[in-house]
Design a protein. Structure first.
Lengths: 221, 490
């Protein structure tokens, strides 16, 4: 008998456990948050993880904030998920300020994408969702948005719209996993920078992924 | 799995004298439960939250075969290749074969207990495939050749001086340092090129979602996300109980997992992969292999009693509250899994006969059961293992126990306990002798044997009257008065 059938046969031949009647799913206190409270909660949770939230009035404001971050951090080279993210023109920002901006679409293959992502000072990406519950970003990865941009560079700047801010994870999961035929090959929740406490329980940021995470939330598009 | 369970007592004695281990264990036993409590306090009703996660795991166990088939069907429909492995050898060979097909000179691994359990590293290295651990804790245990000290922080007890020494020798750092940030930075730098050029990655699985065929990894360091993004081939290996019914169950369990594990409300990354990358995507695995490993679990499942071990989600909360673990640390358990989870799981994987020290090293205080977000009753399992060991007969068909003396003692006690008059008779005969050894009302030792028993406890001196005698000597109680109240009571 093939291995699969043998294993399933053993499991199926076991005495059945009683069917489980689940208790009612406990309600989370976050689901009643209004927009203001959600923003507040998102910011306090994110900053608790050393992430920084900037609220941008519109896309021009976002561009100005982005340039401030770039100057303050002394960044020179970027990989960006597209030329324009939520209307913020990354490509022209780069050419105007003499910064190197690489767009994955222009890259030939996996190797050149990997070279670019590991060499860049920062990855600039869109964030498809944000969750107030824990200051978490939700990113859908697809042909427009490679996975490495938000994990390989030492800095991650995410640009998002306040419209995509939800109280709890379930709100987001419902959207992403709704149509079983359209589930992305990868969906990730990201909360602050990469971290570890593996030596002596002492925590520090930037183990293998970004050391810093910035979120620019556009309030009006 | 290089098991050295047989050295439990010896290793425990050494660890009790090991200062860094003791200091760290003190920190864990004080700090971890507080962090967990802070994390849990975001729930309006903590007890309800725990009941719900326990119900999810009970549901998984009740429907395990059906959920596995559903997961397989959906993962395949999304383009993943699902392979089944009976045991460690089969799983190791499947992974080696995948590595040997192409230009894979090395692989990188995300933190996974299961690959530790099957001894994957050794198998790959022996067959010419280099393996790099990527979780900082596992980079350290791999280089120092150590067992995990803790489920979550496998090298958390290792002094920085020791890490510095081995990192220096292996070229991870240029000059000696005891700063965790510099040591971690050394590992980051050392592994970065390897991540960039990686051809094949291996990860474990925290949850496999039946409804969608999705695999979920929960981590802080980002190594698993890099391994799931950079190479063209990805192997995810899971033991068969990792499945959960729905994507909403998965995210609910994630909440419970991280709070019970590190006290975090969420880890830095929770990544959910459904099939390999799409043809037009530039990164992510072109091929995704999911290995469903049995390695003794289906037999554990067939046993109605032991089945509930499979509820475990490997959060490690039981370690942090266990009065035994928090004294002796992870090494004495001698295997991949330590603390209460190791005590219930290892005897089932390695055999009841060779692991007696594990299920006997328990005070039955019940903290593990109380804290477990998966709803495992560890003490009752340990009691059942003890009973099973006693029931195992030796080759001559006689019951085997620790020694002839213990056997004789147990026989005598069992005889007395099944005949009340004999028990009282025995007591009366031995009372003067026993009580002559008592000091301040306690017997601290008796000559000839039972040294082990008295090693850590005393026996109360035998009272001059039995319970029945005391009872009979009581002045008779007044009749209950007031018939009306009697009626109300009934």
């Amino acid at each position: 008998m093939p291995v699969r059938e043998e294993i399933l046969e053993r499991l199926n031949s076991a005495t059945k456990s009683q069917n489980v009647d689940r208790p009612a799913k406990p309600t989370l206190s976050e689901i009643t948050l209004n927009r203001e409270q959600m923003i507040q909660r998102f910011e306090s949770e994110l900053s608790g993880r050393t992430g920084v939230l900037y609220q941008a009035g519109d896309k021009e404001d976002a561009l100005r904030i982005l340039l401030d971050i770039i100057t303050a951090e002394g960044l020179k080279s970027f990989v960006a998920s597209s030329e324009k993210i939520h209307g913020v023109d990354i490509a022209s920002l780069g050419s105007k300020n003499g910064l190197s901006v690489t767009i994955p679409k222009d890259l030939a293959d996996r190797d050149s994408l990997r070279d670019a992502a590991f060499a860049a000072d920062a990855g600039i990406t869109s964030a498809d969702f944000a969750v107030a519950e824990t200051g978490t970003l939700g990113l859908i990865f697809n042909h427009n948005h490679p996975r490495l941009l938000s994990i390989a560079p030492p800095l991650h700047i995410a640009i998002m719209s306040v419209k995509d801010l939800y109280p709890v994870y379930e709100n987001v999961m419902e959207i992403v996993f709704k149509d079983t035929k359209k589930i992305p090959s990868q969906f990730s929740f990201i909360t602050g920078p990469s971290a570890t406490s593996d030596i002596q329980g002492i925590e520090f940021k930037g183990m293998h992924g970004p050391k810093k995470v910035f979120v620019i939330m556009i309030m009006q598009e | 799995m290089h098991s050295h369970v047989n050295k439990f007592i010896e290793t425990a004695r050494e660890e009790l004298k090991n200062e860094p281990s003791q200091m760290f264990l003190l920190m864990v036993s004080l700090g971890a439960p507080i962090l967990r409590q802070i994390g849990m306090s975001s729930f309006p009703d903590i007890a309800a939250a725990e009941s719900y996660s326990r119900a999810i795991r009970a549901d998984v166990i009740a429907r395990l075969p059906e959920l596995l088939e559903e997961f397989e069907k959906n993962a395949k429909a999304r383009g993943a290749k699902v392979l089944w492995a009976q045991n460690a050898a089969e799983a190791n060979n499947i992974i080696l074969d995948i590595a040997n097909r192409g230009d894979v000179s090395y692989v990188m691994k995300g933190k996974s207990m299961i690959t530790e359990e099957i001894g994957l590293n050794d198998h790959l290295i022996k067959n010419g495939v280099e393996v790099f651990e990527t979780d900082l804790g596992e980079v350290i245990t791999q280089n120092l050749n150590l067992h995990p000290f803790h489920l979550v922080g496998p090298a958390i007890n290792v002094p920085p001086e020791k890490i510095s020494e081995v990192f220096l020798k292996k070229g991870l750092i240029k000059k000696a340092s005891t700063d965790p940030v510099e040591l971690g930075g050394g590992a980051r730098k050392y592994l970065r090129d390897k991540f960039r050029n990686l051809q094949m990655g291996i990860v474990g699985v925290n949850m496999a979602v039946a409804e969608t065929g999705t695999i979920i990894n929960v981590e802080n360091e980002g190594n698993i996300r890099l391994i799931k993004s950079s190479p063209k081939t990805l192997v995810a290996i899971m033991s068969l109980e990792k499945v959960v019914p729905t994507i909403k169950d998965a995210i609910y369990m994630t909440r419970m997992l991280t709070r019970n594990c590190t006290g975090q409300k969420i880890t830095s990354y929770v990544s959910m992969d459904t099939g390999p990358k799409k043809p037009d995507e530039q990164d992510g695995p072109k091929e995704l292999f999911i290995i469903i490993l049995d390695n003794g679990r289906s037999e554990i499942y067939r046993d109605f009693k032991t089945r509930e071990i499979l509820k475990c989600i490997r959060c490690g909360a039981c370690l942090n509250t266990c009065p035994v673990y928090t004294k002796i640390g992870g090494y004495p358990y001698g295997a991949t899994y330590c603390g209460p989870v190791g005590q219930v799981l290892t005897p089932m994987l390695a055999g009841i006969e060779s692991t007696a020290d594990l299920y006997r090293a328990c005070t039955l205080c019940g903290m593990c059961k109380q804290i477990c977000p998966a709803g495992i009753d560890h003490p009752s399992l340990l009691l059942s293992y003890r009973a099973r060991q006693i029931a195992i007969k030796n080759q001559k068909g006689k019951k085997t126990m620790q020694s002839r003396g213990e056997n004789a003692m147990a026989g005598l006690i069992s005889l007395g306990m099944s005949h009340g008059w004999l028990w009282n008779f025995g007591l009366k005969i031995t009372r003067p002798l026993m009580n002559s050894l008592a000091k301040d009302g306690y017997i601290g030792n008796i000559p000839m044997g039972a040294q082990g028993w008295f090693g850590c406890r005393d026996l109360r001196a035998i009272p001059s009257k039995t319970f029945h005698e005391t009872w009979n000597d009581l002045p008779s109680l007044p009749e209950p008065s007031g018939n009306a109240s009697k009626k109300e009571d009934s």
